[in-house]
Design a protein around this ligand. Structure first.
Ligand code: PMP
Length: 451
């Protein structure tokens, strides 16, 4: 205990203040849907390390696959030799791709790096420079990824100039047009696609535009599912002008935003991405991401133009290959469908209740990527106050207060976006009982905050 005390002090002094944190203390163990701290605290984890540990913490089969791999090749470097887990992973990914044309793989470590690689590839393949992204989007922390991130200014303030050649259009979310939440999706999609037409006519000509990058569910921008008609509209524009369509499923992929059938949220739309970006749930905590495209496109890349020391690390690939096997063996998508329905119906019942309903503006999402947005009459007088989590001195929003209460009551949960949104990201194999427990904690927290 005293050693942990010393470590806590060391952390307080020596970890950069640039990191925010929603809990104090030292996480020492994770098991299934729960995590444990040095002082004996136990939390139900509805964050999954931001949508990563989708099969729960320390899934035995995944950890075992990684440990076994450690006794073989840990690192080979992709420019020196292929290794078996790289190939096994491709073998398992091929049949679950949203479209069979996605047959060319490049593995990286993080989502941000995969975003960088996809932009680089698009520029090279088209010979064009400009990139179009979405207002509200989050694609990562590196310079290119930060340039196409439009969800909060805190990620890039005082750090510019960012990568040039980036343009954005409003993602079809009612806030972005200052319209009421009851606005039909078709109107929002029409508005966004109109802005895209305008952008291509006024600011970046199609012949200068390399790619459009979009998330299948707007994640850090508010947990808003991307309407299938919007993705179809983007596809049409890309086809018309020879622009590459990049679909970012870093957070929504691997069953997180599944309708119980496919692993990827884009599947509902029938849209074929030119480049699909994956990460997070793929490795269940082992760092790995992927840039997946068509060989017809990637055959044009020069050998040696892509690479990276740890890209496609053998231990991470072995863990990821096992993740996919577990998805199949443990029928994870069936659980996603059942638990999604359970959580949605509890949250919607709360939204229609007389006492707490008036505080809940919207319950939305897909699969187990669910956002609850609160009503804040005050936000109209204060303007939009970004929810920057735990930054000292930041004005506390209702969503942050509810999240803090949940944590006090034993559940880890996060907010998202500059609006009043709480996000539910439980493990995809979470039990019925734990969803009930998590919802109960949330309900109590909301009740105490509005009291
Ligand atoms: N894209 C999306 C949609 C994300 O949600 C994230 C991470 N939250 C990223 C990219 C960046 O991934 P990473 O943090 O692994 O760099």
């Amino acid at each position: 205990q005293s050693d942990f005390q010393a470590l806590r002090q060391l952390g307080a002094k020596h970890i950069t203040k640039g990191l925010g944190r929603i809990t104090e203390g030292i996480m020492v163990k994770g098991e299934g849907s729960y995590v444990y701290y040095d002082d004996g605290r136990k939390y139900l984890d509805f964050t999954c390390g931001i949508g990563v540990t989708n099969l729960g913490h320390a899934h035995e089969r995944v950890s075992r696959a990684a440990a076994d791999q450690c006794m073989g090749i840990v690192h080979s470097q992709c420019s020196i030799a292929m290794h078996e887990p790289y190939l096994r992973l491709i073998q398992r990914l091929l049949p679950v791709m949203p479209d069979p044309s996605l047959d060319s793989f490049f593995f990286w470590n993080s989502g941000s790096e995969a975003v960088e690689a996809s932009i680089k590839m698009s520029r090279y393949l088209t010979g064009r420079q400009n990139v179009i992204c979405m207002q509200g989007a989050y694609h990562g922390r590196t310079y290119g990824a930060m340039a196409v991130t439009k969800s909060k200014t805190i990620y890039s303030e005082f750090t510019g100039p960012l990568m040039p050649g980036v343009y954005s259009i409003p993602f079809p979310y009612w806030h972005h047009f200052n319209l009421p939440p009851t606005t039909p999706t078709s109107t929002l999609v029409e508005q966004s696609l109109y802005q895209l037409d305008l952008l291509l006519a006024q600011q970046t000509a199609p012949k200068d535009t390399a790619c459009i990058i979009v998330e299948s569910v707007l994640g850090e921008g508010g947990y808003v599912p991307t309407p299938p008609e919007f993705l179809q509209g983007l596809r049409q524009v890309c086809d018309k002008h020879g622009i590459i369509l990049i679909i970012d499923e870093v957070q929504s992929g691997f069953g997180r935003a599944s309708d119980g059938k496919g692993l990827f949220a884009v599947e509902e739309s029938g849209v074929k991405p030119d480049i699909l970006i994956i990460a997070k749930g793929l490795g269940n905590g082992f760092p790995i991401s992927g840039v997946i495209s068509r060989s017809e496109l990637t055959d044009k890349l020069k050998p040696g133009s892509m690479g990276g020391t740890y890209a496609g690390n053998a231990v991470s690939c072995a863990a990821a290959a096992e993740v996919l096997q577990v998805f199949h063996d443990e029928k994870i998508l069936d659980n996603v469908a059942a638990r999604s329905q359970q959580l949605f119906s509890s949250l919607r019942a709360l939204q229609s209740s007389n006492d707490l309903g008036p505080y809940i503006l919207d319950v939305r999402g897909k699969g187990l990527m669910i956002g609850v947005e609160f009503v804040t009459p005050k936000s109209t007088t204060d303007g939009i106050v970004p929810d920057v989590g735990v930054v000292a001195g930041a004005p506390e929003k209702m969503a942050s207060r509810v999240a803090k209460k949940c944590i006090e009551k034993g559940m880890l949960i996060l907010t998202t976006s500059v609006y009043e949104t709480i996000r539910f990201i439980p493990p995809l194999n979470v039990s019925e009982e734990d969803v009930k427990k998590g919802f109960g904690i949330f309900e109590e927290a909301v009740r105490e905050v509005v009291r």
